[in-house]
Design a protein around this ligand. Structure first.
Ligand SMILES: Cc1cc2nc3c(=O)[nH]c(=O)nc-3n(C[C@H](O)[C@H](O)[C@H](O)COP(=O)(O)OP(=O)(O)OC[C@H]3O[C@@H](n4cnc5c(N)ncnc54)[C@H](O)[C@@H]3O)c2cc1C
Ligand code: SF4
Length: 338
């Protein structure tokens, strides 16, 4: 714990967002830079708790108090190393993780929690800016070959670890680009795709091979992989949306989020799509059913005048696991009508 009284001296502070008038003209991330001195003060708020509940809140068990302390002391390079000890891709989690660590932070009992997620993102960005994050190829190769099926964060993390352990790793992805939901589910304003490409470059430098447009079990038979590889990792994610078997579901203009989002991410990446399949919301009112993480990816929260898909949004949110009742459907119908 760098500064014993830090949690009493400093209040929680986050970077400010770019003005909305600016943000509606582009797809870039919304947060502005945060001065180093301010970030170090945020690190000083960490109490280095005897039982750091942030650890158990974190799905990858990040050693959070240690890097909070290192940031407070300005020992950035060590912070970068400490962060990567438990997390292959802190630049993703530092941007898009819902931060259960902050919900678990002990300081949150009587003050706003430590800004763990922003500290995480800043450490890794500092690492890239300083050139500290480079390919780390293994010192020896085992001669074993591993195929990873699926290039989402699970497949990528497995591939990087296996490659660093000395195996030859090839990642197969059925989509036209590598990245899974990082590429096509999460929009640019949350995770600019250059951030993903930067990490893929590092992995290629370590010896990982990526093969896109390879649908294992379809265009690429499983038997081919079994012949060529010593082991196969299945990291195909989950592609089953939760449908609603209710009257009217068959009507036009009702889409799953993951029918819409890949299209928009492809447009942002400069692809030309078949207009026959376009899902566009310009000039329409949009009702979103579900208040989870899909919601803020849909038009309206991020009106993009350039692409012309912005739309007013009425959000009829239901807590996870909550039932969609006749009343709530009536409310949706009412929202559309008005
Ligand atoms: C719209 C949306 C927004 C989200 N936002 C967030 C967020 O902000 N923060 C957060 O923490 N989580 C978020 N999530 C959840 C998060 O994206 C997932 O938990 C995560 O991507 C799962 O990683 P994965 O590698 O298991 O699967 P995926 O990312 O789904 O990757 C699986 C990959 O495997 C490929 N594949 C499947 N079968 C085959 C096959 N037979 N051959 C070749 N390739 C195959 C698929 O094409 C896909 O690219 C979001 C999810 C969605 C849908
Ligand atoms: S729970 Fe909060 S205050 Fe305690 S060690 Fe973790 S980040 Fe620091």
């Amino acid at each position: 714990m760098g500064k014993t009284t830090g949690f009493m001296e400093f209040s929680r502070e986050m970077p400010s967002r770019r003005p909305v008038t600016e943000r509606v003209n582009d797809w870039f991330e919304i947060y502005q830079d945060f001065p180093e001195e301010k970030l170090r003060a945020q690190g000083a708020r960490c109490m280095d708790c005897g039982v750091p509940f942030c650890h158990s809140g974190c799905p990858v068990n990040n050693i959070i108090p240690d890097w909070n302390d290192l940031v407070y002391r300005g020992r950035w390079k060590e912070a970068v190393r400490q962060l990567h000890a438990t997390n292959n891709f802190p630049e993703f989690t530092g941007r898009i993780c819902p931060a259960p660590c902050e919900a678990a932070c002990v300081l949150g009992i009587n003050q706003p929690a430590v800004t763990i997620k922003n500290i995480e993102k800043t450490i890794v960005e500092r690492g890239f800016a300083e050139g500290w994050i480079k390919p780390e190829p293994p010192k020896f190769r085992t001669g074993k070959k591993v195929a990873v099926v699926g290039s989402g964060p699970a497949g990528l993390a497995a591939a990087q670890q296996l490659c660093r352990a000395g195996h030859w790793v090839t990642v197969y992805e059925k989509a036209d680009r590598i990245g899974g939901l990082l590429r096509y589910g999460i929009p640019q304003f949350k995770l600019e795709k250059r951030i993903l490409d930067r990490r893929l470059e590092q992995m290629e430098g370590e010896g990982v091979k990526f093969v896109s447009k390879a649908h294992v079990g379809h265009s690429l038979p499983v038997s081919d992989l079994q012949e060529q590889f010593d082991a196969i990792v299945l990291a195909g994610g989950s592609e089953q949306p939760r449908d609603l078997k209710i009257p009217g579901r068959e009507l036009k203009g009702i889409h799953f989020a993951m029918e819409y989002l890949p299209q928009q991410n492809k447009r942002c990446l400069g692809d030309t799509l078949d207009p026959a399949g376009d899902i566009l919301a310009n000039g329409k009112h949009v009702v979103i059913i579900g208040g989870g993480r899909y919601r803020c990816r849909l038009p309206g929260d991020c009106p993009p005048p350039k692409a012309g898909i912005g739309a007013p949004v009425r959000n009829h949110a239901h807590a996870a696991g909550g039932a969609l009742t006749a009343d709530s459907l009536a409310a949706v119908a009412d929202a559309v009508a008005h």
